[in-house]
Design a protein around this ligand. Structure first.
Ligand SMILES: [Fe+2]
Length: 397
């Protein structure tokens, strides 16, 4: 396992590292929620339980519901979240939360559910639409949110750890980022809830988590603390993902993935780099899952910054147990081994669309914290290599 010390990491500038205040990790964690909220100091009262139709069908929220009900909480369920939430979907959940005025909000589900739960809790006492708190308006939260407990049922997004939420506004992504009010009070990491994840979802969400760890390591806003979470997360995910993908019932692989995804969520404290920007431009056109587009972009984002970030890529290599010279090829190989295609061309994207994607990447998703500044020429070359399916480690501008 990689050893990270402050000598290798930026420490001259003080940076916050924000986390939930309580973490329960291990089999059965979700059924311990009553103990957890008691420790936080939330007295029994009305509680909003946010889920989605899949979570309801699989009964994944049952241990949470039983524990809270036994402790005297009155549960109100909200599960009307169809896939990636729009501003309108999130606003409907906020309206339900405001009508209830809950003592506690709990989200049991993937990133979409957890993001809606966080936004609902934060807007109970803050006015307006979710949209106003995104990059389009940049309204700040004045009042504190309702205590929130998040219980992930996928191992990927890291929403249970982060102070961010993402919704869609038309064809664009709307980000409510870097709001401490969006941090959960607690996260319950229960590997059992991920055993039934299909292989495809395991791969896509797992590679989102790997992207959070690697992009966090590359970010110029990395800190000694995000380096520690990134390094540990990379080591866990590169070893566990192929096993969890092949054998969903592999309990130790599922546990490692859930922990790796949580650590990746903490790495979001460093901010993501150009990989996530490219991923959004792909997903906006192909309407593919977030992690799928992140995995397509990740090895090329590493190559794009390989010169200024050589020392950071060496930390990635050490954490993964890869030879430094092989790191980018090994990361791309891992992605392709779990079903990520080799090219944008194979996905049916027209080559003529690449220039508009470069423009959108620069205009909508700039990354001042990328180790290499974003430039149109370099990005055009990158997108072309991705489209043709040239291996990322062989791509030369
Ligand atoms: Fe992500």
């Amino acid at each position: 396992m990689a050893v990270v010390s402050a000598a290798f990491t930026p420490y001259e500038i003080a940076r916050p590292f924000r986390t939930p205040s309580r973490i329960w990790f291990g089999v059965g964690a979700s059924g311990r929620i009553a103990e957890c909220v008691g420790e936080i100091g939330v007295p029994p009262g009305p509680a909003l339980l946010v889920t989605d139709p899949v979570v309801e069908r699989l009964g994944l929220a049952r241990p949470v519901a039983q524990s809270l009900t036994a402790a005297g909480f009155a549960l109100h369920r909200y599960s009307d979240i169809p896939g990636e939430p729009s501003v309108e979907v999130a606003d409907s959940a906020v309206a339900a939360a405001r009508a209830l005025s809950p003592a506690l909000v709990v989200g049991v589900g993937g990133g979409s559910v957890m993001d809606v739960a966080k936004l609902s809790a934060a807007l109970v006492r803050n006015p307006g639409s979710v949209f106003e708190y995104t990059q389009f308006v940049k309204r700040r939260f004045d009042a504190p949110g309702v205590p929130t407990v998040l219980v992930p049922t996928t191992a990927g997004t890291g929403a249970e750890a982060s102070q961010n939420a993402v919704v869609t506004k038309g064809s664009l992504k709307a980000f409510a980022n870097n709001h401490p009010q969006l941090l959960a009070a607690a996260a319950l990491l229960d590997p059992q809830l991920t055993y039934s994840l299909p292989a495809k979802v395991t791969a896509e969400t797992g590679l989102d988590a790997l992207s959070h760890c690697i992009e966090g390591m590359l970010s110029t806003n990395a800190s000694a603390l995000t380096d520690a979470t990134s390094a540990q997360g990379i080591g866990l995910i590169v070893r566990a993902l192929p096993r969890a993908y092949r054998e969903g019932g592999d309990a130790s692989a599922r546990a490692d993935m859930l922990l790796g995804a949580y650590l990746g969520g903490l790495s979001l404290n460093a901010g993501m780099v150009v990989g996530h920007s490219i991923a959004y431009t792909i997903a906006n056109r192909l309407h593919c899952p977030h992690g799928f587009s992140c995995a397509l972009a990740l090895p090329y984002a590493m190559t794009y910054s390989r010169r200024p970030a050589a020392a950071r890529l060496a930390l990635v290599a050490r954490a993964a147990g890869f030879a430094e010279s092989d790191t980018i090829a090994r990361v791309q190989g891992l992605c392709q081994d779990v079903g990520i295609p080799e090219s944008l061309r194979a996905l049916g994207l027209e080559r003529e669309r690449l220039p508009e994607m470069v423009d959108e990447c620069l205009a909508q998703y700039p990354r001042p914290n990328n180790p290499r500044p974003l430039d149109a020429q370099g990005l055009r070359s990158l997108y072309t290599a991705m489209w043709e399916g040239r291996p990322a480690h062989l791509w030369q501008e």
